[in-house]
Design a protein around this ligand. Sequence first.
Ligand code: ATP
Length: 373
Amino acid sequence: MDALAQAVREAPATARPQLDLELRGIRKRYGGFTAVDGVSLKVPKGRFVCLLGPSGCGKTTTLRCVAGLEDPDDGDILIGGKEATRDPPWERDIAMMFQDFALFPHMTVAKQVGFGLEMLKKPKAAIAERVKQVLASFEIAQLADRKPANLSGGQRQRVALARAMITEPRILLLDEPIGALDYSLRETVMLELKLLQQRTGISFIWVTHDQNEAFSLGDLVVVMNHARIEQQGSPEEILQRPATAFVASFVQGNNVFHGRVVRAGDGLLLVETACGSFLVPGRGPTIGSEVSFSVRAELITDLLADPHLNRLAARCTAVEYFGSLRRHVFERPDGEVMKVDQFGAYAARIVAGQRVELGWRPQDTVLHTGSAE
Ligand code: ATP
C-alpha cells in the first residue's frame, strides 16, 4: 500500500482546507418517519471517524447523505469546505465501500479497480498504469484477471478497498466494511485499514454497531441513538465520561443508576436511587432533580477502604473468566444487573451465589450531563 500512501503524501498541503467534512443539522425523513434528526458533525483533516450505534439509529442513512445517495430534507453538507449538499455522488471528493463490497460480478479485478478512473474519463494508458500501481500496493497484482466469484472474502475486501482508494478521495465512507469477513481475519484487516488511513491522511467515516471496532479504530467516535447524536468525542472521552444514560449503558462495562438529588453542595451531590444513596461529583443539578450516573465495572471493588464511600450489597449471580479479566455479574437490589471487573486475578475472590459488600469512590462516579455534541 506504500505507493498509494506516497502519492497522497506528496499532494500539496495547501490543497486541503481544515475540515474534511462538516454536517450542519442534517435531517432525513422517509414518509412520517425521521431516520436522521438534526445531525451536526465536524471532521478535521485526516481523521478516523466511527459512527457507532444500535441497529436502525440512522448511521447508514447519515453516511448515504454524505455519499449523495440520499437527499437530506434539511441541513448542509460541506466536503473540504465546499458546499456539496446537492452535488451528485461522482462530483463529491469521496469514495464508498459497502459491507458486501458491491463488486461487479462480470468484471475482472483490474477492470473494477480502474472503474472510478474510467468514470472520470482519464486516458486509457494512465488508467492502466495507475491500476498496476494500486494492485501492487494492495498486494493483489496476481489477482488482476480474476472475477469476484473466484476470490476469497479477504481478497474481495482488498479489491473493494483498492477500487475505492484509486481516485484518492478526500473521504472514504465505509459501511460495516469488515462485517462480512471471518472473525479470524477481522483484527488483521482492522489494523491494516488503520495503518492505511494514517499513512494516506484520507478521512475515514466508518459505520459500525461494534463498539470494539469503534474504540480501537476511531480518533473520533460518534454515538448515535434514535436518529440523533448522543455524544461525540475521543474513545477515552466516551468510555470515561459518558454524557447520557444511553451512552453509558450502550458502552460495555458501565453500571448505570437513576435517582433524585437529595443534597447538593461543594461540588458533590447526594443521589437517592432504588439501591441506596450515593455521592456523585456535580454542580449543575439542584435538589429534587432527576439525574443518572454511572460507574465503570473495573472501579468497583469488594476490597473496601475508607475512600469507597459509595457502598452497596448485592448477590453475585455469575462469574465470567476471560484470562486477564474476571467479570462478576451481580443482581442489584433494584433488579438491575451490576458488573464488577477484576484484572489480573488468577484466584477467584468472589463466587456465584455469594452476597458481597461492594464499593467505589465518589470521584469515580460520572454524572450524565446530557447530550455532549
Ligand atoms: P443498521 O446498523 O441496522 O444498518 P442504521 O443505524 O445504519 O442501522 P439506517 O439504515 O440508517 O440505520 O436506518 C435508520 C432508520 O431508517 C431505520 O428505522 C430504517 O428502517 C429506516 N430507513 C432506512 N432507509 C429507509 C427507506 N429507504 N425507507 C424507509 N425507511 C428507511
